[in-house]
Design a protein around this ligand. Structure first.
Ligand SMILES: *Cc1c(COP(=O)(O)O)cnc(C)c1O
Length: 347
């Protein structure tokens, strides 16, 4: 038997709604969401559209559905999505683009999941009768398996411009866009501007139990609504969960800086452990990827020893862990997790 889990760095999806967030949920005004009659959902959508500088937005159960509905709106069967090889839809959405939109994926080899305008230009196919049509470019900001990397604004603008010049649509997976905003000081609007569709996740570092919001032009959101219905994502008194999102946008954005500071101090400390190597030098946001193979210990064994101390991280493969910092882990727990890792690696 394991002791209780005290420090969960497995993912920022594991945050639990705080008492204040739960109160906001309990007190939410609600109505029939799919009829457009839930005032709290409508408020959350207006807030998000404004935050991202778009005409309209739609509330969805998950970020995965935001990605998949966007690809379905932009693509016909036989079309192609261009994205980085480590991007979420290419690895963790159960083959969604091919299943839901009939689209294939053309993957780029970026740096930490970020590519250049030249790479985009090279990947876009000439339109011929026998080629898949390159239809949409997708960017991820921050890049999860790039160790929470933040796109430099100029590089993002250039990559998207290269796609738009050739008639492609541009899509941003903004699961952790607010982390990018807080870390870089670039506004959400500026990051979203080069993208035709963009979404934020509420259930990661923002601390909500459920939900994501997808934004774009009014015409795009109209079409997105059609698939929301078709795929069973239209809801009823969804204000109960949307209220958590409103609360999070009002209270939980600025504090992401604390998570970034904890991630940085963890990274700095574990880099001193002999045999531990950070996968990326920079820790820009809340994610730290590191390799323990130099210690002579293997990941499953280390994971087990950590768990015996009440600490959990994500075993990424035989050599690497991912640790994600979030609102349920404070600076003291960050130090405890560092000590637990040091002990788990000791011989
Ligand atoms: C978590 C995540 C998603 C999927 O979001 P869900 O709300 O879990 O469906 C998509 N993209 C990235 C980069 C993610 O980290």
């Amino acid at each position: 038997m394991h002791p209780p889990l005290r420090i969960d760095l497995y993912s920022d999806t594991n945050t639990k709604p705080s008492p204040a967030m739960r109160r906001a949920m309990a007190e939410a005004e609600v109505g029939n969401e799919q009829a457009g009659e839930d005032p709290t959902v409508n408020r959350l959508c207006r807030m998000t559209a404004e935050l991202l500088g778009k005409e309209d937005a739609v509330f969805l159960p998950s970020g995965t559905m935001c990605n998949q509905i966007s690809f379905r709106v932009w693509c016909e069967p036989g079309d192609e999505v261009i994205l980085d090889q480590i991007a979420h839809p290419a690895n963790s959405e159960a083959g969604g683009p091919s299943a839901m939109a009939g689209a294939s994926m053309r993957t780029l080899q970026g740096e930490r999941g970020m590519f250049t305008a030249d790479q985009v230009r090279e990947a876009i196919r000439e339109e011929r009768r026998n080629t898949a049509r390159s239809r949409v470019l997708a960017v991820e900001n921050t890049v999860n398996f790039g160790g929470g990397a933040v796109w430099p604004l100029r590089q993002l603008q250039d990559a998207c411009a290269a796609a738009r010049e050739r008639g492609l649509k541009t899509h941003m997976d903004g699961a952790r866009l607010m982390n990018a905003v807080v870390a870089s000081g670039v506004s959400a609007k500026d990051f979203a501007e080069p993208c035709d569709s963009v979404w934020i996740d509420l259930s990661k570092g923002l601390g909500c139990p459920v939900g994501a919001v997808l934004a774009g032009s009014r015409a795009f959101i109209d079409r997105a609504w059609r698939f929301k219905h078709q795929w069973g994502g239209a809801m009823r008194q969804a204000g109960i969960i949307a209220a958590a999102g409103v609360y999070a946008l009002e209270h939980n954005v600025g504090r992401l800086a604390d998570d970034h500071a904890n991630a940085r101090s963890f990274a700095r400390a574990i880099a001193q452990i002999p045999g531990v190597r950070l996968c990326f030098d920079a820790t820009e946001t809340n994610i730290v990827l590191f390799d323990v193979s130099g210690t002579g210990r293997r990941v499953p064994e280390v994971a087990e020893r950590l768990r015996a101390k009440g600490v959990r991280m994500l075993p990424r493969n035989e050599r690497e862990f991912r640790a994600v910092f979030h609102l349920d882990v404070d600076a003291g727990q960050t130090e405890e997790a560092t000590a637990a890792l040091r002990e788990a690696l000791a011989h």
